[in-house]
Ligand binder design. Sequence first.
Ligand code: UN1
Length: 513
Amino acid sequence: MTTLADTPTTTGDLRELATRALDRCGADIGALTGRTTLDVRSPITGEVVATVPMADTADAEAAVQVAHEAYLVWRAVPAPVRGALIKRFGQLLTEHKEDLADLIGIEVGKIRSEALGEVQEMIDICDFAVGLSRRLDGRTMPSERPGHRLMETWHPVGVVAVISAFNFPAAVWAWNTAVALVCGDTVVWKPSEAAPLVAVAGSALLARAAEELSAPAHLNTLVVTDADGAAPLIDSPLVPVVSATGSERMGAQIAPRIAARFGRSILELGGNNAAVVTPSADLDLAIRGIVFAAAGTAGQRCTTLRRLIVHESVADTVVERVASAYRNLRIGNPFADGVLVGPLIDKKAFDGMGRALDEAVDDGGVVVAGGERVDTGDPEAYYARPALVRMPGQTELVRRETFAPILYVLTYSTFADAVALHNGVPQGLSSSIFTRDQREAEQFLAAEGSDCGIVNVNIGTSGAEIGGAFGGEKTTGGGRESGSDAWRGYMRRATNTVNYSTELPLAQGVDFS
Ligand code: UN1
């Protein structure tokens, strides 16, 4: 358990903390299969904290096979009994909340509160899935024929491949897995190569729950591998559903392969999320919401706020206030008390941020605050002060997702302009409006308003609760995960017509006698 008194600062500290957290979760890195190895670096120091075996295509294929066999058993277990497994898993997550948060902090560099929040999100989805296990309900519809019943039933589909990203290295797996397991599916998980340790720990806790409840083995099979090794997860006919989180580029590569074999994909790709700040906005509230959404998680959430569309009458005030908040953000070791912004995941992310800022300036943009590297004494660690950039318009750069803490500011004069700017990007994940004008709020929520999968009023773009369906439109990929009726994506629907009469009337009045 980490306290301020023992904030890990050296690579040795981080290594020791990781080992302790893994041990407490009963996680054994040595049990992973693979002939090659993968170095795990902590972005906190940029140095290697662990080396894990890395699986290849043959290992991934074998994982799909055992997952398929487990599915054949699991699908016949009553859903509420499947729910009992997730209930126990949720309890274990609660017991090991600090351990998992340690690993998320070490591998991803999340600040303590956000790392704990990610584990809470895992616990929350377990609660949700337990309830769901008693209500995977179908509909009944009136049949047009006498003595007939028309209804829908929902059944498990098989193996669900879960491909998760570094930024939510555990919660996104839990969203998918808690729901998929309750639905009667089994899971093969390819975690981010940046975060295999928390994957080993989370999987160990789920395996422990399964063992305690005498559930079948291999309900969740972890495959630590790279994109090449993961090919069977994308291409195998034994994987009817692939749920993948990552870049639009990754989605464009895998979606056609899944479609070519008529598989189903649940894609959660890029976001280029915006907030509209109107003249009537409560600015105190808006500034707080903006700063968390844009700078939180060092700008590395899919839901991170990347564009601010501000009415010209309040633009200077908003820019000044956000800039001042940015200048005061404490940046550094994410385990340290009071730090709000941890490191970027790696040098590539930092370089990408630098290139985007150069391009912004070339486009006529002005960097109002931030953008510079923050030196913590570790040459391989990349900390950056979140950047606030005023842009002359929605350039090609602004229409792209750069996975770093850059907030572009655009101004508008009419509400219609604001909505047009808002929707004028390829992505469609999350959106928000700060307003006290009910007409504007309703227009933003209406069909002709925001075109995103998540549309918020008077809160930022990030930090969605698990109860709603999570996902977005356009190049975000159209997938939905987590709450509401997202479970339907993990099941197959059967339409059933039952004739309990002594006649055989045909539908549509067809006579075939
Ligand atoms: C992600 O960034 O991939 O809404 C997931 C949020 C979190 C989940 C983000 N609950 O910001």
